[in-house]
Design a protein around this ligand. Structure first.
Ligand code: GDP
Ligand code: MG
Length: 166
């Protein structure tokens, strides 16, 4: 199996950390400053099960200037071109304007969406369940996978789930 996946989500949810963990090399740049990942970075995951080309995006947000507009365009085009979308969020029931905006963009695409609830090492199990319910209210998901990109919890499962859509 072989195909394309894109990783989207608000700044600081752990997109670069997840990419680095899955690939096992420091290819994407991680930082606690927003918008470190400016351009599309393509990273290839290869194993016996198959190959996933991860297309990292600058993130979907409301454009404030020309560079911002360009980044939004790139991100939106990516959504329709890939086989599967990974939407990375944090385990919280508070759904802010950033998430609402992403959900709005996602409702326009037919590409299957996997909701990845990251940073599960920071909360209790019931918080994870509550956040799943909150996100289900704003968007339709093909799959929901909780994980910790930092600790590597459940990331192997995530790979298996992604492979289903390639
Ligand atoms: P990005 O902006 O979405 O690419 O987010 P980064 O990958 O740069 O991560 C932002 C911050 O969250 C960094 O300080 C990471 O170490 C931290 N982080 C990422 N994933 C996890 C996780 O699963 N658990 C915890 N506790 N922290 C995480
Ligand atoms: Mg990043």
């Amino acid at each position: 199996k072989s195909g394309f996946a894109t990783l989207i989500g608000r700044p600081n949810v752990g997109k670069s950390t997840l990419m680095n963990h899955l690939i096992g090399q420091k290819i994407a740049i991680t930082s606690n400053k927003p918008q470190t990942t400016r351009n599309r970075i393509q990273t290839v995951y290869t194993s016996e099960e198959g190959q996933i080309v991860f297309v990292d995006t600058p993130g979907i947000h409301k454009a404030k200037n020309k560079l911002g507009e360009y980044m939004v365009t790139v991100a939106e085009r990516t959504l329709s071109e890939v086989d599967v979308i990974l939407w990375l969020v944090e385990p919280t029931t508070f759904i802010g304007a950033g998430e609402q905006h992403i959900a709005e963009q996602l409702r326009k695409t037919k590409t299957p969406i996997i909701l990845v609830i990251n940073k599960i090492d920071t909360v209790k199990r019931e918080e994870i369940l509550k956040s799943i319910d909150a996100y289900k209210d704003i968007c339709d998901f093909a799959e929901i996978v909780p994980c910790s990109a930092l600790k590597g919890d459940n990331t192997e499962d995530l790979i298996k789930v992604i492979m289903k859509y390639l």
